[in-house]
Design a binder for this molecule. Sequence first.
Ligand SMILES: NC(=O)c1ccc[n+]([C@@H]2O[C@H](COP(=O)([O-])OP(=O)(O)OC[C@H]3O[C@@H](n4cnc5c(N)ncnc54)[C@H](OP(=O)(O)O)[C@@H]3O)[C@@H](O)[C@H]2O)c1
Length: 324
Amino acid sequence: MKRISITGGTGPATTLTLVEAPDLEPRPGEVRIQVRAAGINRPDLLQREGRYPPPPGAPETLGLEVAGEIDRLGEGVTGVAIGDRVCALLGGGGYADQAVVDARHIFPLPDDLDFVTAAALSETLSTVFANVFEDGRLQADETLLVHGATSGIGATAIQMAKAAGARVIATSRGKAKADAARALGADVSLDARSDDLEAAIKQAGGVDVILDMVGADYAALNQSVLRPGGRWSVIATQSGARAEIDLMRLMLRRIVLTGSTLRSRSADEKARLITAVRQQAWPWVVAGKVRPPIEATFPLSDAGLAHLRLEAGEHIGKIILVVD
Ligand SMILES: NC(=O)c1ccc[n+]([C@@H]2O[C@H](COP(=O)([O-])OP(=O)(O)OC[C@H]3O[C@@H](n4cnc5c(N)ncnc54)[C@H](OP(=O)(O)O)[C@@H]3O)[C@@H](O)[C@H]2O)c1
């Protein structure tokens, strides 16, 4: 097999190198996927820099989501067959032409779904579902606020919330991104560089759920715009992890502050989550309502260039590695 190795050096183009490695064998309960495409996620950049080590037992190779065909079944696996087209949520190992995964962590692909789009779904759908729909309990008649709205996660959150019948207020930095978020379905799309976010969100009526990947810089804003009974769901702290919380306001408005990471969940918990996503959100994918935009594809051997593209921060949607 071939996989991307972090080989040392100063920048992503030199630290990420395609190397030969022994073929993978699925253990009992696992399947092996012949990878056709692999999604790039921001946590991959942190892992490359040594700031986000893989959890115990996870492969060292980068990559949290892939799409491809099952080509080997581990002992005891039922309900899937060799040749099935799937995408999968991984603890690591996606930047490769083979990946092994717990057979409970896969999604079956509809015929019209290409591998590139499919590779953009497992991490984004699972993260949004866990934080917006489970912990955030978003309801059809409610409003979701999404920051970083044109990120892979943000774009997926807009589409999922709209598919669920909710209203979406989006924030992103720059007019082009604000326009893109509107095109993705946001009812109100604000440019954090030029709009007064607090005034505009309040004028739009406030929000019930916040998907927050920004952290410290937006903490005051988030507390100010949440309606009574609102839920504030933190999935990243890109502007800092320390923030001032007005506990009195939390109490008086019955606000719930929650946060989670996907990768650190146990295999059983991921299996539970994926079963729920397959039941409740996967039909939106099948219906074509949730398909995050693809900014660019790169060959697997150019994983470093793909990281540079994500680091540049100008992308809209997902960046995907393609395996020949
Ligand atoms: N907790 C979990 O389970 C989990 C799972 C997956 C991903 N994540 C996190 O979710 C985030 C999105 O992931 P992704 O792969 O979709 O990444 P991505 O496409 O690179 O998006 C990152 C987004 O963060 C926004 N951003 C960064 N710093 C900001 C700041 N200081 N102020 C305002 N916005 C800022 C950017 O907004 P602009 O477009 O406005 O520049 C960009 O849209 C990442 O932080 C990732 O680590 C968490």
